[in-house]
Design a protein around this ligand. Sequence first.
Ligand code: ADP
Ligand code: ZN
Length: 751
Amino acid sequence: MIARVSLEIALRKEFDYLIPTELAGQIDVGSRVQVPFGPRKILGVVTAVAEESGHANLKPILKVIGSQTLVTPKVLKLARWIGEYYCCAPETALKSVLPEAVRKEKEGWKKERLIRVLQLIGEFPKLTARQQEVWHIIEERREMLLPELLKVSKATISVVRKLEDLKLVEITSEISERDPYAKETILASQPIVLNPTQAVALKEIKTAMDGQKPETRNPTSDLRPLTSTFLLHGVTGSGKTEIYLQAIAHALEQGKGAIVLVPEISLTPQTVERFKARFSSGKLQTLVAVLHSHLSAGERHDEWHKIRDGRARIVIGARSAIFAPVEPLGLVIVDEEHESTYKQEESPRYHARDVAVMRGQMEGAVVVLGSATPSMESFYNCQRGKFTLLNLLERVDNQKMPHVRVVDMRQAMFKEKGPPLFSPQLKEAIHKRLDRGEQTILFLNRRGYSTSLQCPKCGYVANCPNCSVSLTYHRIEQKLSCHICGHNEKVPSVCPEPKCKNPAIRFAGTGTQKVEEVLAKLFPKARIKRMDADTMKRKDDYRHVLGDFRAGKIDILVGTQMIAKGLHFPNVTLVGIIYADSALHQPDFRAGERTFQLLTQVAGRAGRGDVEGEVFVQAFTPFHPAIQYARRHDFVGFYEQETEFRAQLKYPPFARVALLTLKGRNEDKVKFSAEHLKRELEKTAAEVKDLIVSGPSPAPLLRAENFYRYQIMLRTRAMSRLSQALAKITATLTLPDEVTLAVDIDPVNLS
Ligand code: ADP
Ligand code: ZN
């Protein structure tokens, strides 16, 4: 017998190996194996098993990793699709479906030595006083960890060995499973009675899971195609999670499992607890495995095996959890489906939401995408009948949406002679909250103190030596720092231009540090806390600050994106967005969409309790549609307006984009290579009829970490065909040594 193996090196080629007799029966499709490759030993995955090979002189497989196949045939098929569609080496795609800790050659289990009381045979032996003492401790517990015994009894190992010799106890080495949530106490929860809109949504999902045709509600919807994907459009607090929980219960009843994807940042202990609590007891009891980047490698290994063994039927995790070996799979949920973190920014550059839809299709599982602000792509898929739209437009508790006021900062600026941080309206609103003992959240998507250092005399701007961005001034740390590459330097006291040396250098632009400082001056008695990447350095920082905020020990929380999502604080009745339009003026066709999403999300933090919430959106372009539609909580209105412009310019969702980025240290070489690539592309363009090629042009971030970057953007409706063409071109393309090409299909980040 021979096995075809995909090695862990991106060769875009598979190799045949002999299955030696001693390993026969242990190797199947999906097995992880170690094989000789030249002088090296390399790990790989078996992709096929056959009687014979077309090649002679095959070398034997050296060993099998793990006691079972690690990549299930279904996940293998999914990895193949990723390789083809995202135009990357199949080996790279395959590598990404297993966590590092599972892929390793060394067994990942943690072993512990246990000591256990044995059934006594014959007469009880005579013991010394010391032995007697130690024996009593073990006897009482019946079984305990050996290191613990040694610690408690203060005995030496030789005393314990004596007891072992006397056949009173045995010492074994056993796998001890790590549980990242072992310390949490989880109280069982019961399903909630759904309100009528929730019930309709759940019924549709369950019907699809049962494989029946959805009920036709009116004669005109007869032509509605049967889809496997749902888009659950519901504001925060509209009861989406409760629907997920009940749909998962249905999957378990059918003997199937479920995968729940959430953005990394919302994967808080509270979220996990909600899922664990529902399935911690009763007839649907199952383990809930959790996969995310804050787990230790060992924990990740054990969580993964709980899924592979079928003990955990539910997986909740970030992006890569979409590859979890849940079998059979009944349901995939992608919460906050519009989130850009679902896109992996290194090869394989897959989008977990799109992979989820594909996996659902391949395995006949129902996919539910949930969001308060769906992506243009998903909503468009509903409009053309590819997905089914389920609306959940009211909060469960019938609470009103917060009142959003847009403040025209041009007027405030006129009055104050320079851009102020706080309009009089926002200042007054904060005062009121402080008087009433209510809490405020202030949002600004820039950390640091000032966003640039300029010399008003000669025009000098402090730029990063490695990247084409200006350095941000961090006042507390007294440094200038680059938010792209992390470069830091001292703050000059005079303009560094030798001929200028002007001491009156100026800091421009605002970051969260400055907001905090100005706030402290305006409201000296308020308890203020800042939450951004600079203050949240350790794992626990986030939890502590949120804990203090919840406990009412903080009046005003200032922060970046970090505070935009998923937080629920009943006493927050005011949210202020310092500069709403800062995200609008970016060279990205999604700038408007992102601003709309961000404003809606941040605004959603206000008024989650009994008091109606108020939101102040400060903007220099107050009439921009992204701001105005967010003010009215009008997603559909925004969608219609936004898609009009996208349709005209043939941007997603009306076409798909492939972004080719060439990078290297020598700008001329990069530019030349980009032009060469463009000519190659144009030759192949005939195969893809509607292809639009734009560029090459310098990337918006021309220089990052000392690399120059040029881009070519391709747009087409037929992305699969373009991916095939790109695979062919890249296979034969020759680039200068120091220039590399990255292909990003359906890119999210265009910089
Ligand atoms: P979302 O996921 O849309 O933010 P959740 O499912 O978390 O909404 O619901 C918000 C809150 O309302 C939760 O505390 C949840 O337990 C509760 N809830 C959900 N559905 C109902 C219902 N039908 N009746 C009463 N409370 C509900
Ligand atoms: Zn830099």
